[in-house]
Design a protein around this ligand. Structure first.
Ligand SMILES: [Fe+2]
Length: 284
């Protein structure tokens, strides 16, 4: 039986979990990613779980001025070859067929990475359907992620998750104090020199570490990609620390950056968990 996710030890060596690396996958021929099936999937999702717009955006796109495409979800998917659009179907694991793919991939990932990351939580799946030339602007995600290319080609430009010029400590804190903050980040042309670029064709994919900023350029064909994400015990601990640091900073303090002092992180994490537990027991 073909594996869902094929992690090459050599490709991952010295990179996991903090740096991106190439993977292969066995999903490119699945009928679940043919356009008529994706139209059907789009119909079953609630409107807030489908995001779409014109696709020829700037890398540094302001999220408040993204142009719409004037079409319905179904029209956008059916005309994706011509309508110059970018569309994502979110939380597609709610459909049992897509959930099975997600679980197949994540079980294989957990078998490989569980000893490093601990249990996986909050597994989610997304399908990106994009017109030739579309751009996903520069952003970061709070989950660890595999982008698996199904149809067409695209290039993932990935950046160091520890580069605090690209992703300042205060921006990370903001994301965890207010998770509704938009994911896009400012981008300067000279940042591109720091990118590690992964050109992906069907059957290929890339592992993206938690918080690693990235932007994506479609090739000259219609692209379909399956993105699977999860959180780990380690990423959830970092999320708690950023949320606490953000609150401390709002209170006028200058907290040490997450990761700078293991003992301070341990004390803060314990204190924050005790505080949250006490609040929840008190009904707060
Ligand atoms: Fe992303």
């Amino acid at each position: 039986m073909q594996r869902c996710l094929d992690i090459d030890e050599q490709a991952a060596a010295g990179r996991f979990p903090a740096r991106p690396f190439r993977v292969r996958h066995g999903l490119a021929d699945s009928p679940l990613f043919e356009l008529p099936r994706l139209v059907e999937l789009g119909r079953t999702l609630s409107p807030e779980h489908v995001e779409y717009n014109l696709g020829e955006l700037d890398v540094h796109q302001d999220p408040d001025s993204v142009p719409g495409n004037g079409l319905s979800v179904e029209e956008t998917i059916e005309r994706i070859g011509q309508c110059r659009s970018w569309l994502v179907l979110k939380y597609v694991e709610r459909d049992p067929a897509y959930r099975a793919l997600l679980e197949g991939c994540m079980t294989e990932f957990h078998d490989w990475a569980g000893r490093t990351l601990g249990p996986m939580k909050d597994m989610m799946a997304f399908v990106f359907i994009t017109s030739p030339g579309s751009v996903t602007p520069f952003h970061f995600d709070p989950e660890l992620n595999f982008l698996l290319q199904i149809r067409g080609d695209k290039t993932m430009h990935a950046f160091d998750e520890a580069d605090r010029e690209l992703l300042p400590e205060t921006r990370l804190e903001q994301q965890y104090v207010d998770p509704s903050t938009h994911r896009n980040l400012p981008f300067e042309p000279h940042y591109q020199e720091r990118a590690e670029s992964f050109h992906l064709q069907p059957g290929e994919g890339v592992y993206m570490p938690v918080h690693a900023p990235h932007w994506v350029q479609n090739g000259d064909q219609v692209s379909v990609s399956f993105s699977i994400t999860c959180r780990s015990a380690q990423s959830q601990r970092r999320a708690r620390l950023y949320a606490l640091n953000g609150r401390l900073r709002k209170a006028g303090l200058r907290p040490s950056p997450v990761g700078a002092s293991p003992w301070r992180d341990a004390v803060k994490d314990t204190a924050w968990r005790v505080y949250c537990k006490a609040r929840s027991l008190a009904g707060g």
